[in-house]
Design a protein around this ligand. Structure first.
Ligand code: NA7
Length: 534
């Protein structure tokens, strides 16, 4: 018999857990289907050594429960993955969420039934359930992609993608380890593995601009201060573009003297977290000349930290300016390349030909390894949708609808897919955000919509084609002026390992979380303009 619910949520990460909590308050019978055997989403899967926040811990946790805020102490300014996973398990226990979550249940199909005004979902192993509402909480960076290098399957040593890391600890002591990929993940894993590996080879295709994290433990006095100032911390996040505690400086880099610039850049470089990206001069992400000033500063830092000038040069991006791709935060990353047991393999000079049974062969030679770590990234934002066969009205496939780039209303709804709400979906501000801050906004907006429907006896909601076109147009307009829209990265939907993802389609929302929140609130206040109810 097919199980019946009022609402189905796919995913028990940060957004799915909170959505469940809120829908229960509305009295809806809600079921969460989760592919893993535990809660936590990103923090469940990404167990690789070195995985940690780039957001200040106390700005990242849920803000909806004062009791939870009072009870939980973060031990470090930027918490490591095991602590974050413990936190999310604590939340699941505290609010008794597990009883409504079906673990080991990956949803393979979701189909809208117009006659019954309901969604039917099916797990990979054939279990089915129906519900009036379907809420995807599947995460923007949750579909790991292996490199499209021939021979991956023949490697006889240990091979791990960072996003599918084993639950048991992996020992690198004395081993010959390769890391492919130097994004935010690669940087975290490289600096950690370099501590114990016998030999480490980093296979770099494109370097990124990395900035110091400056993590440290939280002492008792600071802990008390954090607890006392949660309202201010969250208020600050609310006001900033990406809901980080770092607010962009109102000045333009080009309006101040080189000396003022230098002092400011140095100050940001010495401070913890994303300040150098999010709290920098407002024009560095918009104006190429302004961007060149910070890029030059960062290049100098690499030269100062890497002893071999040739290596420093290879580690310096030439194809994009600082901040136009995701900035990895690091702790001693550049110094790793001063270690004798670490080698940087520049794939521009010597591309990988194949993975062999014993290691990796480039055009130069074959190197043997005991372990290969694939830090090769994700099929971002739309990838998690693509691997579910989502069918809307008339059997329309979501994957086909989005083939030329996503089209959404507020990044939360899709015309032709009634009663589907996409938390942290494409073109949603949550994709470019200190994510739990925007997740809470998404979940609360969706909850209010469902409450409105319950109160008004509505059973079906669908965004209009006009509202969807207008939002999509707005999303592209806000992205156009940003320098990153001219650069290949996962922000722009580029993934060299996934067929069909070589053309730039902006996946995020660049108008900023405050503007996004305002627009969502306006839509709600207008009685949900642009959405048709039945
Ligand atoms: P990213 O940022 O997409 O980085 C993936 C890295 O892997 C990047 O350096 C890629 O080089 C490299 N890569 C991918 N495929 C290949 C192949 N086939 N050969 C060689 N190198 C390859 O993923 P991350 O996991 O680091 O970060 C994703 C987000 O997760 C991050 O932004 C955080 O928000 C959390 P490329 O640059 O494409 O040349």
């Amino acid at each position: 018999m097919t199980a019946q619910y009022d609402a189905i949520i796919i995913g028990a990460g940060i957004s799915g857990m909170y959505q469940l909590y809120r829908l229960r308050e509305l009295g809806l019978r809600t079921r969460v289907f989760e592919a893993g055997d535990g809660v936590g989403g990103t923090w469940y899967w990404n167990r690789y050594p070195g995985a940690r926040f780039d957001s200040e811990s106390y700005s990242y946790g849920y803000s909806f429960s004062n009791e939870l805020l009072d009870e939980w102490d973060w031990s470090e300014h930027f918490s490591a993955q095991p602590e974050t996973l413990r936190y999310l398990n604590y939340v699941a226990d505290k609010f008794d969420l597990r009883c409504d979550i079906e673990f080991d249940s990956r949803i393979a199909r979701a189909e809208w039934n117009e006659n019954r005004t309901q969604w039917r979902v099916e797990t990979e192993d054939g279990r089915a359930a129906t519900a009036r509402f379907l809420i995807t909480a599947i995460g923007p960076i949750s579909t790991p992609t292996m490199p499209n290098i021939p021979g991956v399957q023949y490697f006889e040593g240990e091979g791990y993608h960072t996003g599918l890391w084993p639950h048991e600890p992996v020992d690198f002591r004395g081993k010959r380890v390769a890391v492919i990929g130097t994004g935010a993940t690669g940087v975290q894993v490289i600096q950690e593995v370099a501590k114990t590996a016998g030999r480490l080879a980093v296979f770099q295709r494109r370097p990124n601009w990395c900035a110091p994290l400056h993590n440290r433990p939280i002492d008792a006095q600071t802990q008390r201060k954090i607890h006392a100032s949660y309202p201010e911390i969250f208020a600050r996040c609310r006001e900033s573009h990406g809901c980080f505690i770092h607010k962009a400086d109102p000045r333009n880099a080009l309006d101040v003297s080189p000396e003022v610039r230098e002092t400011f850049y140095q100050k940001l470089y010495d401070e913890p977290g994303f300040g150098i990206w999010m709290g920098n001069f407002r024009d560095i992400l918009i104006d190429e000349r302004a961007n060149a000033t910070i890029s030059e500063f960062m290049a100098r830092k690499i030269r100062e930290r890497v002893m071999d000038p040739r290596l420093a040069d290879k580690l310096t991006p030439k194809d994009h300016g600082f901040g136009t791709r995701r900035v990895p935060l690091e702790t001693g990353y550049y110094e790793v390349y001063n270690q004798e047991n670490v080698e940087l393999v520049d794939l521009n000079e010597t591309p990988i030909e194949c993975i062999t049974r014993g290691g990796i062969r480039t055009t130069e030679k074959e190197r043997e390894f005991d372990v290969i770590i694939y830090a090769t990234g994700f099929d971002a934002v739309t990838g998690a949708f693509d691997r579910i066969d989502v069918r809307g009205t008339g059997g329309m496939a979501l994957k086909e609808k989005w083939a030329g780039g996503p089209k959404t209303h507020l990044g939360l709804q899709v015309q032709g897919f009634p009663n589907l709400l996409t938390l942290v979906g494409p073109h949603n501000a949550a994709t470019f955000c200190n994510i739990p801050r925007c997740i809470e906004q998404n979940v609360e907006w969706v909850t209010a919509l469902m409450q409105f429907m319950l109160e008004h006896g509505r059973t079906r909601v669908e965004a209009s084609a006009e509202a969807e076109a207008a939002w999509t147009e707005h999303v592209y307009q806000t992205a156009e002026r940003m320098l990153f829209s001219k650069i290949d990265s996962w922000f722009m939907g580029i993934n060299s390992n996934v067929p069909g993802k070589q053309t730039r389609h902006f996946l995020l929302y660049a108008g900023g979380a405050p503007a996004y929140r305002e627009k969502c609130d306006e839509v709600a206040a207008s009685g949900y303009r642009g959405m048709a109810f039945e």
